[in-house]
Ligand binder design. Sequence first.
Ligand SMILES: Cc1cc2nc3c(=O)[nH]c(=O)nc-3n(C[C@H](O)[C@H](O)[C@H](O)COP(=O)(O)OP(=O)(O)OC[C@H]3O[C@@H](n4cnc5c(N)ncnc54)[C@H](O)[C@@H]3O)c2cc1C
Length: 157
Amino acid sequence: MLHGTEHETGGARQHDGLQVHLDQLDIPRPVIQYDVDDYTLAGMESATKLTEQIFKVAGIEMQEQVTGSGNKTYKGKKSYKGKKYTFWGSGHLIGTHIMGDDPHNSVVDSYQQTHDHENLFMAGCGSHPTSGTANPTLTMAALTFRTLDKILEKLKN
Ligand SMILES: Cc1cc2nc3c(=O)[nH]c(=O)nc-3n(C[C@H](O)[C@H](O)[C@H](O)COP(=O)(O)OP(=O)(O)OC[C@H]3O[C@@H](n4cnc5c(N)ncnc54)[C@H](O)[C@@H]3O)c2cc1C
């Protein structure tokens, strides 16, 4: 899943009949378009139901209007089973060198060692296959300690 959407935009210019989007330094930038699928919406529905239960038990009134701390352009709205959901993007870029057991559909193993090159480790948030929630950095740091143990073990042998 790609996190993030268009933000911090600069202008745009035409090139060979195509519109090229620019960042604030006037450097061409990619434009990422994505949609929220039913699996994700079912997750939002489930999380909302759980939140309602918790608030009910705690005696807290559920507010329909929430205020996001992020940039307004991150904001998305989607309807699912007759209910409207609002979501925000984030700056957590993950999954670029995805972790997994199968070299056919992943880049690194659980030690962040690449399947293709024995002496190449890629310690970073790119290893995260999915994002359960925001803020991947602490998990990345924990995984990096695991990676370092593996590298030290390799160096000893
Ligand atoms: C606006 C914003 C807010 C965020 N807020 C939070 C937060 O509150 N909490 C949280 O947990 N996470 C947050 N994150 C996410 C967090 O910053 C990143 O997930 C984390 O920094 C990723 O670490 P990384 O080492 O995987 O990648 P990076 O930190 O991006 O490091 C990659 C490094 O590789 C270098 N590099 C790239 N290509 C090459 C190349 N070809 N040769 C040599 N070097 C190269 C880059 O210059 C960079 O230094 C935020 C991210 C953004 C953008």
